[in-house]
Design a protein around this ligand. Structure first.
Ligand SMILES: [Fe+2]
Ligand SMILES: [Fe+2]
Length: 136
């Protein structure tokens, strides 16, 4: 699990989405503590529901601000949803705490890489547009 300071490096400067990123990562981390496969299965479903809700909100926001690279971002949401579903399905079967720690760290890496490589782009576009309209 990354520290608060380490996570702040991934902030994109839009509070709603930064908060959602942190909530998703906290939820992913709770997966480590799920003691049996039944709990892990229901927690995995909750994680994927939170991710789906978040990516839907991001896509709506990108449409609203007319972000020009919406399609590649949606493709990437689709791709990581498959990866994350696969990771979590593996995790449901993992009774070893050590292996779940490793898996959660891999899931965090997928999510944080997406924040850095993709989410930062629409945030920068949004901030630039806001800045341009305030200086006109
Ligand atoms: Fe995001
Ligand atoms: Fe995204």
């Amino acid at each position: 699990m990354r520290s608060k300071e380490a996570l702040s490096h991934y902030d994109i400067g839009i509070t709603k989405f930064d908060d959602e990123h942190r909530e998703i990562l906290a939820l992913v981390n709770q997966f480590i503590e799920c003691a049996n496969d039944h709990d892990r299965a229901s927690h995995a479903a909750a994680v994927m529901a939170a991710i789906q809700e978040h990516t839907d909100a991001e896509e709506a926001f990108m449409r609203e601000i007319h972000f020009p690279y919406l399609d590649p971002h949606i493709d990437e949401h689709t791709r990581i949803a498959v990866d994350l579903t696969n990771f979590l399905q593996i995790g449901v079967e993992l009774s070893s705490l050590i292996l779940r720690l490793k898996l959660v760290s891999d899931i965090e890496t997928v999510i944080l890489s997406h924040n850095d490589d993709y989410d930062r782009q629409y945030a920068e576009f949004f901030h630039r547009c806001k800045h341009d309209s305030s200086t006109k």
